[in-house]
Design a protein around this ligand. Sequence first.
Ligand code: ZN
Length: 118
Amino acid sequence: LNSSNGKSGELPPVDRSARTLTDGSPVTNDHREISPATGQQKGYVVLSEEERTKGFVRPVRRTYTHKVCGTDTTMSLSIAETYARDPGFYSGTFCVHCATHKPLSEFVWKGTTEQVGS
Ligand SMILES: [Zn+2]
């Protein structure tokens, strides 16, 4: 973790095994199945609510911009809080315009040049 922000050093380390789906339900084996209608997964894994309440190392940001198409996508609060607690938790994310998942290197937080997941 980056300790230069002066906050992360005071927080307990992230327990990535503390996982649920976005609604708090247990992670299912088929959560990665893609819905043909939306291109989104059946479910998305997040850090558990208990794990998220241990503290954030980044601000909670809900909306990111896909640099390739310029479209903003807003995610659920539990995913946004997972990024804030553990910026490296995900490797890719969804764009509502492209209707598919892309690597985080293609996304910045809305209104910034800061890459999502950094
Ligand atoms: Zn896009």
